[in-house]
Design a protein around this ligand. Structure first.
Ligand SMILES: CC(C)(COP(=O)(O)OP(=O)(O)OC[C@H]1O[C@@H](n2cnc3c(N)ncnc32)[C@H](O)[C@@H]1OP(=O)(O)O)[C@@H](O)C(=O)NCCC(=O)NCCS
Length: 166
């Protein structure tokens, strides 16, 4: 799938390692996220996230993508297609620039992404949020995601697994 299909409103493309500084700058504007999901962002961690793959998946399944309004990066999405099973898409990370938040932009991006994934034949979307982070849980619930009841402990915090039908 071409990442450009993820949005009709924004230009979407895969981000390159050279763009890690811009991604880190966007991330630094969201300190609440890193209070629940430490350590705080660095360019090195962005580079590692750009390369990270879940078990059994290949680089072509992964979309570490930027959403651009003109030339301006306004959102970052880490999406894995066909994980944890072939009919699912997994959102590993989604963040909008702090300066454009609370205007419905994040929800519109996720809504359109889910419609596109459905048209491509995927039947469910999955993700995890850090237990206790009010911003993440509220955002995903508002966008139709519900806790599966599963969770796991990692690096001193708990990740709650959530899903929605597409
Ligand atoms: C969570 C996050 C992606 C939301 O992005 P956003 O662009 O602000 O998303 P939205 O504007 O769609 O929703 C945020 C709020 O705006 C409100 N909103 C939605 N549409 C709106 C509109 N048209 N006008 C004004 N406000 C609106 C929503 O009600 C929501 O508020 P609430 O949840 O307190 O009720 C963003 O805050 C973020 O990047 N946070 C840090 C990273 C993170 O937590 N990511 C998710 C876990 S991976």
């Amino acid at each position: 799938m071409d990442a450009a299909l993820f949005s009709t409103r924004y230009r979407v493309r895969l981000l390159s390692p050279e763009e890690a500084p811009q991604v880190a700058a966007l991330c630094r504007g969201n300190p609440l996220f890193y209070r629940y999901c430490p350590p705080f962002v660095t360019e090195e961690r962005v580079l590692a996230d750009m390369r990270a793959l879940p078990p059994g998946k290949q680089a072509e399944d992964k979309y570490y993508a930027g959403f651009f309004d003109g030339d301006r990066l306004i959102a970052v999405l880490d999406l894995i297609l066909g994980y944890p099973d072939e009919s699912a898409a997994f959102v590993g990370f989604f963040m909008t620039d702090a300066s454009i938040q609370n205007r419905g932009i994040g929800s519109s991006i996720i809504g359109e992404l889910c419609r596109t994934l459905k048209e491509a034949g995927y039947r469910e979307a999955r993700l995890g949020w850090v237990k206790g982070n009010p911003q993440s849980a509220r955002f995903w619930r508002r966008n139709g995601f519900r806790e599966t009841g599963a969770s796991y402990e990692t690096d001193g915090y708990t990740v709650v697994i959530a899903r929605r039908d597409l």
